[in-house]
Design a protein around this ligand. Structure first.
Ligand code: MN
Ligand code: MN
Length: 320
């Protein structure tokens, strides 16, 4: 295993969890409310509408852990294994769960249908926010990534914006981990918005709802505008809205670029130690496990879904 790559992957995972725990404090608040209450907050303190312990993570990090675990258990990728993992997670009484995520897992339980039907209402963050473990797993066989990404994402979110941004964020994270070069990530993001100007973040106006397009703009704005991991996450968290999710995703990209050591000491000490240990173990195992499908039938189905998306969008991934 390449140690440099492993360190960057670990930086991404731990900074993702740190962003989740840090941002959750101001989830669903407005920037004015946040300023009033906290000024510029630099400490990880928990609280928020979920009344969290300092360092406690939410559904974002938990779904990443369950997705990682399902791949490791199945010794490969299969949407059924992932859906089973999500069921197990939902039954563990998580501290929060998104409405589209809940509806998707319920549909799987009651109808045994693994993938969701397309829906214009499924443009939430859920599928993109848990892409991190799959990116790490697919680094060694990147050509498998798009179909697997759709295979995990569409369990809950079958929506054009959610699909496209999940794939773009995946590509951004891959390049961040492989190169450690922020400008290389900017190249990927710029190519993406040249193709999809509606996702442009160059004139960011503070969008930060749970809509994936807003999340993408918020994350990219702070990731490229700020120059330290700490300020990137403080920026997204101070924007409020879906602050835990935007901070987690921004933290993920920043962690790959700036590394674990850039995570402020107080955050490192405070962040749930079980989560840190679990993520560390899972990242190393995902890097080592050969990337493959476990069931030919699902490989064929997800490849067909990916082929259809590429047909509709033009060769999406080439030079994206
Ligand atoms: Mn959350
Ligand atoms: Mn959230």
């Amino acid at each position: 295993m390449n140690e440099v790559i492993a360190k960057r992957a670990l930086g991404a995972a731990l900074a993702y969890a740190a962003g989740d725990a840090f941002g959750a404090t101001t989830e669903f608040m407005t920037p004015a409310e946040i300023k009033d209450r906290y000024g510029v907050r630099r400490k990880m303190i928990g609280e928020g509408w979920l009344r969290l312990r300092p360092g406690q993570v939410t559904d974002d990090t938990q779904m990443c852990i369950y997705l990682a675990r399902s791949i490791l258990r199945s010794k490969g990728f299969c949407p059924v294994g992932v859906a089973d993992g999500f069921v197990e997670w939902m039954r563990s009484k998580p501290v929060d769960i998104g409405s589209t995520v809940r509806a998707g897992i319920r549909r799987y339980i009651t109808e045994k249908k693994v993938l969701a039907e397309p829906s214009e209402w499924a443009g939430g963050n859920g599928s993109a926010m848990r892409i991190l473990p799959l990116v790490v797993y697919c680094l060694k066989s990147w050509h498998l990534f798009p179909a697997m990404a759709l295979g995990q994402g569409r369990i809950t979110h079958h929506n054009r914006d959610a699909d496209l941004i999940m794939l773009a964020l995946g590509e951004c994270l891959k390049v961040a981990i492989e190169t450690g070069d922020k400008m290389a990530v900017l190249d990927v993001a710029s190519a993406f918005i040249r193709r999809y100007p509606a996702y442009s973040f160059s004139r960011y106006k503070g969008e930060c709802s749970g809509y994936i397009v807003d999340t993408f703009k918020c994350v990219m704005h702070y990731f490229f505008d700020e120059t330290s991991l700490e300020n990137i996450i403080i920026g997204t968290a101070s924007q409020g809205g879906d602050a835990d999710t935007t901070s987690a995703i921004a933290g993920m990209l920043a962690g790959a670029i700036y590394g674990v050591d850039a995570i402020p000491r107080q955050w490192q000490r405070t962040l749930d130690s079980d989560v840190q240990r679990t993520l560390t173990g899972h990242m190393y195992e995902l890097l080592q496990l050969p990337c493959c499908w476990v069931e030919a039938q699902w490989e064929a189905q997800c490849n067909a879904e990916w082929f259809a998306l590429e047909q509709a969008e033009g060769t999406l991934y080439d030079g994206l």
